[in-house]
Design a protein around this ligand. Structure first.
Ligand code: ADE
Length: 224
């Protein structure tokens, strides 16, 4: 069983996405377990304070090191093999390769921050910093949920067909998926490509390959 833990001030954030579709089935099948740890439970002062104003001034609040580090220690106590990943826009970019790496690891702890960010000293207590992309979310939770989803669907036994995950966009080093079509044959004047209706499997395979490469090139040109 893959063991995931999430350190967060909003454990309820994950309730709905983990109770739907593929993550739900994976949890029910005992393929993954997602434990949520409330960072606030590790605050020691009377007001259970988890954030404070930044030294040097400026807007917003910063997450305090004591409760966050105590929560990280609790995650490591529960699972000595866990890899602790801090979600932050300044981290390394999340990719499909990363998701595959996490799957192989078998143990993952995702640390979610709120407010303006974490006290920088917390970085010394995590294994890596990870970003979903070049934009700022109001907290690490949506990023953590994306990481969880990307990992869960790759776990053996989760997807209906073992081929599905392998055939996905990006599974083959940066190559995107081909375009998909289903009924009807004509939708508002837009036809399904003839080759897909031809029954010629070799031609279909060649067409899909060509389209994948064309899309991937177009994407690379956009990114450049
Ligand atoms: N927290 C806020 N923005 C984020 C991002 N883009 N990726 C990961 N964590 C975040």
């Amino acid at each position: 069983m893959f063991h995931a833990q999430v350190l967060t001030l909003f454990p309820e954030f994950f309730d709905s996405p983990l109770a739907c579709s593929i993550p739900k089935r994976a949890i029910e099948a005992g393929i993954v377990c997602v434990e949520r740890i409330q960072i606030r439970d590790f605050a020691t002062d009377r007001h259970r304070k988890v954030d404070d104003t930044p030294y040097g001034g400026g807007p917003g609040m910063v997450m305090k090191p004591e409760p966050v580090v105590a929560a990280i220690r609790e995650a490591r106590r529960r699972d000595a093999d866990t890899r602790v990943v801090m979600l932050t826009p300044s981290g390394a970019r999340f990719t499909q390769d990363k998701a595959l790496e996490y799957v192989d690891g078998g143990h993952l702890t995702l640390l979610c921050g709120r407010y303006e960010g974490f006290d920088e000293r917390i970085v010394d207590y995590v294994d890596e910093e990870l970003s979903l992309g070049d934009y700022v979310l109001s907290g690490g939770e949506p990023a953590a949920m994306c990481v969880l989803d990307a990992v869960i669907r790759l776990l053996p036994g989760v997807l209906g067909s073992p081929e599905s995950a392998v055939l996905d966009s990006f599974s083959e080093e940066g190559i995107l998926d081909w375009p998909h079509y289903t009924r009807p044959e004509v939708f508002e004047g837009r036809r399904v490509p003839d080759v897909l209706l031809s029954g010629n499997h070799a031609a279909i395979e060649a067409w899909r390959r060509r389209e994948s490469l064309r899309r991937s090139r177009a994407r690379n040109d956009d990114d450049a």
